[in-house]
Design a protein around this ligand. Sequence first.
Ligand code: C2E
Ligand code: MG
Ligand code: MG
Ligand code: MG
Length: 274
Amino acid sequence: MTKEEGNHRFRFFTSDLQVKLLEKSFLEMELRQALDNKQFSLHYQPQIDLATGLIKGLEALARWEHPERGFIAPNRFIPIAEENGFILQLGAWVLRQACRQAKAWQDKGFLPLRISVNVSMRQFIQPAFVEDVKKILAETGLDPAYLNLEITESMMSDVQQCQPKLIELQQAGISVSIDDFGTGYSSLLYLSKFPISHLKIDQAFIGELSKENSMIVKAIIDLAKNLNLNVIAEGVETSEQENFLKELKCDEVQGYYYAKPMPWNEVEKFLNRT
Ligand code: C2E
Ligand code: MG
Ligand code: MG
Ligand code: MG
């Protein structure tokens, strides 16, 4: 740039941290408009019964397609949405969209499948959370038996808060899974006390099946079986991983080895061919 231009410009000191903060504040501003501008969609990833190969469920995963930046990963926008509270609106949208889609597939004659929806801490602790979920089910007409909510271990730390909520969900016929199991540093006490349907082994353990990780995976599967919980291994990418999980009689698997998360129309092709 010329000397004159330089004199009229602000000189940003662009440390990595500043770039990140700037980027974050852009995303934060744009997130709010993104919902109105229909930039969010859901992709669905099959959860497969390991023994039979039959598809048991679909996990709904939020996608944000920014008009200039392209797809922005949930690991970038979900934490921001949780921080600024936008997750409440986004979470309600995801839930409604997932239930609506599941019902539409049933109405089209596809075999009814469980639909799993990720719920963030901030959503889950809302006093009206269970009521809101029930309203969405009533509104979309989806049978609660087909809805599964994925929550994380860290949300179980407040037993007083959690237990009544989980019981209320169970009474409404809605099942709950523990996502990213094994990474949450929480007491395991809740596992025997709370109504939970599935443990999802975090993909970090499956992705690198070292001797240590293999032992952890085995221990989680044993624990799940002893507590009468179903267990899903996440992030399965290879036949070696599959074989290992088959030996341990893991119930369900989810990962790129079987299918990536897909938009609804690709899910239909996938269901037609399986
Ligand atoms: P998650 O719930 O544990 O979802 C699994 C993530 O693993 C997804 O990433 C999925 O695309 C990815 N994955 C599946 N199979 C494989 C595999 O074989 N290899 C590898 N490397 N990855 C695999 P995604 O879609 O980027 O989502 C990341 C996280 O963002 C989710 O982790 C979940 O915690 C959060 N998230 C996504 N959608 C929502 C949502 O609607 N609401 C909330 N609260 N969180 C969401
Ligand atoms: Mg999940
Ligand atoms: Mg997970
Ligand atoms: Mg995760």
